[in-house]
Design a protein around this ligand. Structure first.
Ligand code: G3H
Ligand code: 13P
Ligand code: NA
Ligand code: ZN
Length: 328
C-alpha cells in the first residue's frame, strides 16, 4: 500500500532503523527494489528526481510505482518526489499522487544558486502548508551538499550548487536546524555533512574531517524528534568500479560513504538514506560484463536481467545493513 513518509519514518524512529530511498527511472530499478524488499520484508521509499521525470515522463514513473504497489500489496511504499525546486513543482507531484515531496530550498529555483536562510524557510513553509493539507509529507534541506575537500557540489548535470561553497554552507548548523524545523514544520530534514551527489565524493576513504558523522550526532542531540535524511549516500562499491574498469570502463579512483558510517548515523537519528549512484554502478558493471562475455547476444532482456539481479543484491545488502529488513 502507498503510505506517507511521516508514517514510515515515525515507525523507523520507534524501532531504530533507517530506510534507503532509492531513485527510480525505469522498470528494472523498480523491480529490483521491490524484489529486494519482498525478499527481506522491508518497507520501501522510491523517489523520482527531475532527471527521472525528464527521462521517463512523470506519468510513466507514477504508473511504474503504482504497478509496484499493485504487484506487492503487502509492502508499504512511499512515493517520494526528490529535490523539488519550488512549491509549484511539489504541488504538481502532489496532484499526481505522490505521498511525499522534498522541497529543496537550500538552492534557488534554478537548482544551482545557494539560497538564503530566509528564502529557504519561506518556500519550505509554503510547501508544508500545501502538502499537509493533502496528507502528504515534506522533506526540507538545510545546508548545501558538497565536498569538504574541494568545496564543490560534485555532479555536473545533476542537482547541486555551482561554484565553491564555504565550510559553513557545507555543514548544517544544529541551532539553525532547530529554528528551521520550528519555523517550517517539515517532517524530515536533509542535512549537509560532507557528502555530495554522484560517484566522486571523496578522493580517499573518508575520515571524520571530510565526512562528519559527529555533526549528525550534534544535530540529533539538538532536535531528537526530527527525522534526519542523508543525501549523497551511495557507498560507491570498489568491487563494481573494478568490474566496470575490467570490462572497458574508465572510472578514476574514487570513494563513497561507507555503509558502517551510515549505520552510525542511523544510531543518531538518520531515518532516510538516499541512494542512486550505487544502482547506476551495479547496473553498468553488470551490463559491461555480460556484453563482454556474450558478444553475440543482442536481446536487451538478457543484459537488463543481469542489471536487475545486480541491483536487487545491492538493495538487499542495504535493507539488511540499515535494519530495514523485517519491518514491512
Ligand atoms: O539527487 C540526485 C539524484 O542522484 C538524481 O540524479 O537528476 O541525474 O536523476 P538525476
Ligand atoms: P548518490 O548520488 O550518493 O546515490 O545520492 C543520491 C541522492 O542523494 C538523491 O537525492
Ligand atoms: Na529527497
Ligand atoms: Zn539528493
Amino acid at each position: 500500500a502507498l503510505i506517507s513518509m511521516r508514517q514510515l519514518l515515525d515507525h523507523a524512529a520507534e524501532q531504530g532503523y533507517g530506510v534507503p530511498a532509492f531513485n527510480v527511472n525505469n522498470l528494472e530499478q523498480m523491480r529490483a527494489i521491490m524484489e529486494a524488499a519482498d525478499a527481506t520484508d522491508s518497507p520501501v521509499i522510491v523517489q523520482a528526481s527531475a532527471g527521472a521525470r525528464k527521462y521517463a515522463g512523470a506519468p510513466f514513473l507514477r504508473h511504474l510505482i503504482l504497478a509496484a504497489v499493485e504487484e506487492f500489496p503487502h509492502i508499504p511504499v512511499v512515493m517520494h518526489q526528490d529535490h523539488g525546486t519550488s512549491p509549484a513543482v511539489c504541488q504538481r507531484s502532489i496532484q499526481l499522487g505522490f505521498s511525499s515531496v522534498m522541497m529543496d530550498g537550500s538552492l534557488r529555483e534554478d537548482g544551482k544558486t545557494p539560497a538564503s536562510y530566509e528564502y529557504n524557510v519561506d518556500v519550505t513553509r509554503r510547501a508544508v502548508e500545501m502538502a499537509h493539507a493533502c496528507g502528504v509529507s515534506v522533506e526540507g534541506e538545510l545546508g548545501c551538499l558538497g565536498s569538504l575537500e574541494t568545496g564543490e557540489a560534485g555532479e555536473e548535470d545533476g542537482v547541486g550548487a555551482d561554484g565553491k561553497l564555504s565550510h559553513d554552507q557545507l555543514l548544517t548548523d544544529p541551532e539553525e536546524a532547530a529554528e528551521f524545523v520550528k519555523a517550517t514544520h517539515v517532517d524530515a530534514l536533509a542535512i549537509a555533512i560532507g557528502t555530495s551527489h554522484g560517484a566522486y565524493k571523496f578522493t580517499r576513504p573518508p575520515t571524520g574531517d571530510i565526512l562528519s558523522i559527529q555533526r549528525i550526532k550534534e544535530i540529533h542531540e539538538r532536535i531528537p524528534n526530527t527525522h534526519l535524511v542523508m543525501h549523497g549516500s551511495s557507498s560507491v562499491p570498489q568491487e563494481w568500479l573494478d568490474i566496470i574498469n575490467e570490462y572497458g570502463g574508465a572510472i578514476p579512483e574514487t570513494y563513497g560513504v561507507p555503509v558502517d558510517e551510515i549505520v552510525e548515523g542511523i544510531r543518531h537519528g538518520v531515518r532516510k538514506v538516499n541512494v542512486d549512484t550505487d544502482l547506476r554502478l551495479a547496473s553498468t558493471g553488470a551490463t559491461r560484463r555480460f556484453l563482454a562475455n556474450n558478444p553475440a547476444e543482442f536481446d536487451p532482456r538478457k543484459f537488463l536481467k543481469e542489471t536487475m539481479t545486480a541491483m536487487r543484491e545491492l538493495c538487499i545488502a542495504r535493507y539488511e545493513a540499515f535494519g530495514t529488513a523485517g519491518n514491512a
